[in-house]
Ligand binder design. Sequence first.
Ligand code: SF4
Ligand code: SF4
Length: 344
Amino acid sequence: MYHLVRNGIRAFARNWAQKPTPFYLRYRITDRCNARCKMCNFWRESPHKELKTEQVKETLNILSRMGVGSAVFLGGEPLLRADLVEILAHAKEKCNMTCGFATNGFFLAEKAPELRPYVSLIAVSLDSTIPEEHNSIRGVKIFDQAIQGIQAARQQGIPITINQCVFKNTLSQMERLADLARLLGCTFSAFPVIKASRPEVGDLCQIDDEFLDMDQWYKVSMNLKKTHSNFIITKDMLNWVYAGGFASPSSIRCRTASTCICLNCEGNIELPCIRFPKLRIPYTDLERAWNSPTVREIQKKCGFYKLCQDCLMNCHYEASFLFHPGKQIEYMVKLLNQIRNQKH
Ligand code: SF4
Ligand code: SF4
């Protein structure tokens, strides 16, 4: 945890001094997934090739040298990689990174004991307290396994956040899921499923009639903030999403290209972000390319591209709030408390 704070301060100082320094890694470590979620395109496409274990370790070594102190592993389903524990161990023990990953929970129960020493936080998707409803959104029978996975991880003392993707018809589940999360000793967050376009693959989500009324989501969220201390989304972030994210005229500016490394499973860094990969740099070339005029130009334009005008990529919130110390401090305090309170 010390390294996370130290690297955060270092990145903050260097980025203010106009020397872009990556602070954290978002690594889509596999495209493979055992679920068939209706809001997702990954399982509809052929999975891309993945880096081998040794290549992943080499990538982490490079990123560590560049200052990255925090790593989030994403998918697909990260637990489908048989070497995930080995990779997390390398990230934590050799690279001093604070690690977490996002999962649908299906394989979590069996892996929880091995994961315990290496993860600071796991985000588990749960969209409804009604098993059939969750299974229908996720396209497979997965509710029972997700609950068992959460329980097993909590027994190991691993901090868990339950993440809900909120649809119009599951808005009423927000409070019930916050209750369930509290009962299971977890924090809770709930973001609306939104239409997110990506030029290369078309819309990530094709189900317009199931999108959510943002007014309702905001109202329920603000109420949850009063009643559920385990609801992790800060007021700043709620207001940011409600106002239209990076699209809002009063918004903070997106700084993803300067502070965050978005790595795809083939080992390419996507700049400025995964939504809008204008440039892909092989990980082997990253240290040399990072200070090149091409990358500097993308970092300068990050947040000002045409596509940025309708962007609600809340996963890039932290990277951009690095430039707004007040907001960042509130978020970090909340995150650190969450991790500390949930650890045995
Ligand atoms: S669990 Fe995640 S990656 Fe897998 S299909 Fe669902 S949304 Fe996509
Ligand atoms: S605003 Fe959105 S689309 Fe633009 S660079 Fe940031 S994350 Fe990417």
